[in-house]
Design a protein around this ligand. Structure first.
Ligand SMILES: [Zn+2]
Length: 225
């Protein structure tokens, strides 16, 4: 079986996304690219996450042609393959229809820096696409148009959210963080009579991010004592 480990990871991230509440039913889809072969393991179309097994995951090439698999790949395969082709920093993709990110995608050109944590992890703004025709390469194009080099998240206009990482843990973590920030933003807007709430000062974000990435977490090698 091709990409057995990546297939297992696609099954697991679906279950994790479901458990963390960022996907429901059969909505959303996930893929991961194998840098050695360029092949992509992607979730199948229309199967509820708890029922998906590694044999249901579909292996496609970067043009979206099925290389191995008994199921139909996700209907958003052209979106995934375009991002994998055009953004080499992306290995794992998590696409959700999470509620509050979708609300922001109906209201604004971007999710502004409302939460410090998200500004640190994702950057100042999560861009919102123009409206793209779902299931077609145009949808992928609408994402590439606003996805800056190294970008980790894009909100899909009137649709949902797509997040990126070098592995699924990162991509799913970004999806959860953006959804939380979108939730706070929507509530803050409502509580403020629809006026823009206070935001993290944008000019401070580059320095904040530099410090964060230099100092966050435990040292890579254990130290004595
Ligand atoms: Zn979708």
């Amino acid at each position: 079986m091709l990409l057995a480990e990546q297939r297992r990871q696609v099954v697991q991230v679906g279950l994790d996304a479901l458990a963390h509440g960022v996907v429901h039913g059969t909505s959303g889809n996930m893929s991961i690219r194998d840098p050695a072969t360029g092949l992509i393991a992607i979730s199948p179309s229309g199967i509820p996450y708890p029922a998906v097994t590694p044999a249901d995951i579909v292996v496609v090439d970067e043009e979206g042609e099925v290389v191995e698999g008994v199921r139909k790949p996700s209907s958003e395969t052209p979106l995934h393959t375009m991002v994998h082709r055009e953004r080499p920093h992306v290995r794992a993709i998590v696409h959700t229809h999470s509620h509050y990110a979708t609300v922001v995608g109906c209201l604004r050109p971007a999710l502004p820096p409302i939460l410090t944590e998200v500004a640190l992890v994702v950057g100042a703004r999560v861009p919102v696409t123009r409206y793209g025709l779902t299931g077609t390469p145009d949808f992928g194009r609408s994402v590439i148009e606003v996805l800056e080099p190294g970008g980790l998240a894009v909100i899909l206009k009137n649709h949902g959210l797509i997040c990126f990482g070098d592995d699924f843990e990162r991509a799913l973590g970004v999806a959860e963080a953006v959804e939380e920030a979108a939730k706070v933003y929507v509530h803050a807007l409502a509580a403020n009579g629809g006026r823009e709430p206070d935001l993290v000062p944008e000019e401070l974000i580059p320095e904040m991010r530099e410090r964060f990435f230099a100092s966050y977490g435990q040292p890579k090698t254990p130290t004595a004592g």
